[in-house]
Ligand binder design. Sequence first.
Ligand code: ATP
Ligand code: MG
Length: 420
Amino acid sequence: MKIQAIRGMQDLLPRQQAIFSHITTTVSEVLNSYGYEKIGLPVLESTALFKRAVGEATDIVEKEMYTFDDRNGESLTLRPEGTAGCVRMAQQHGLTYNQVQRFWYAGPMFRHERPQKGRYRQFEQIGAECFGMAGPDIDAELLFMTARIWQTLGLQADVTLELNTLGNSASRSAFKLALVDYLTKFKDELDEDSRRRLTTNPLRILDSKVEKTQELLISGPSFQAYIDPESMADFEQLRRLLDARQVDYRVNPAIVRGLDYYNKTVFEWVTDTLGAQNTVCAGGRYDGLVEQLGGKPTTGIGFAMGLDRVALMLDGRYESRAVADIYVASMGEVARHQAMLLAESIRDILPGLRVMVHCTEGKFKAQLKKADASNATIALVIGDDEVAQGEIGLKHLRGDSQQINVAANDIIEHLNKVFF
Ligand code: ATP
Ligand code: MG
């Protein structure tokens, strides 16, 4: 049997990888333009980190983590998300206490879920995390920044912003109690997941997809009524900033986010172009997390964007770029030797150009077919005649296809004229 990739772990073929690179470059330029600094984080962390940060009763910790004992018997987990690791790093290196930080990171995350379009077991995220700013102006900055990312990628018409506030931890707790009180009366009518969450993670019941459960919730306590005045004022201030900048949004009280650590502002950028996997970027405020992980109280807010889903959105409209500008074809051993050295001197003198050498024996016709397929602008041709004359053949591959021969010493000057 042939060995295949692990289920849910995608290979990125050149076109797909090019789309990912395009997204990463675009996003990093926008993040840099707001003064965010890139960090690198390990893919493996202590299992305890995610249990504590993400929460024992979340989908991620309950059933999605890739956890194993390493050779020393220590429990390790392939990171399912980036916030926990970023907070761990910031704390470990003393970067949060009494400081303001804006970080971003990119890389693979791992979750054992059911693979389908836009949902994989290894997937790529770009995330940003900010520390030491109580908001709501930094909340607005993150939303301005994500809006600018969609605009720069040309996706602004395909996404909408959904926004909510969860209040402080006291208002969350009070609402939780009221919710459990109310739903316990209808325990038998709840779906199985929600019944279980009644004791483990009641807020998650709010984003249940089961219709009957949603119906029950309509007559239940309203989260809104429990939000503390400070959170409400912050939320209004955030909305004023979004309105002033004309960033459209919808307030959606059902957004509670799956992770335990959120408070106050939470948001999701959603799209209706991807079917069920409709969230492309999600985040919120996590003022209690640093302390929860053993640090001094420090406010935090961040988001993570799912690159695989953004790539699916761009797929239809992304135009692959040519692989090479110049394709070097040759015939015979002496010519091939010259072709290799010619390509190197072009790369030395005109480093902006991409030069591809044919590198195997083949009829000129077949070589020029490859040159055409590379989408190069020019083919350089070295055959017996060219070797004998000290010349190089130059063929424009787009439009006029007559070959002209140029003295080998003049070829750089010629290419300079063609390309620059
Ligand atoms: P979902 O509700 O789709 O499961 P989530 O709430 O679990 O998403 P987050 O933990 O907030 O997702 O991660 C942020 C973003 O990362 C998501 O909005 C999504 O774009 C992307 N993402 C999450 N899980 C996956 C996955 N398994 N495959 C691809 N992208 C993912
Ligand atoms: Mg999920």
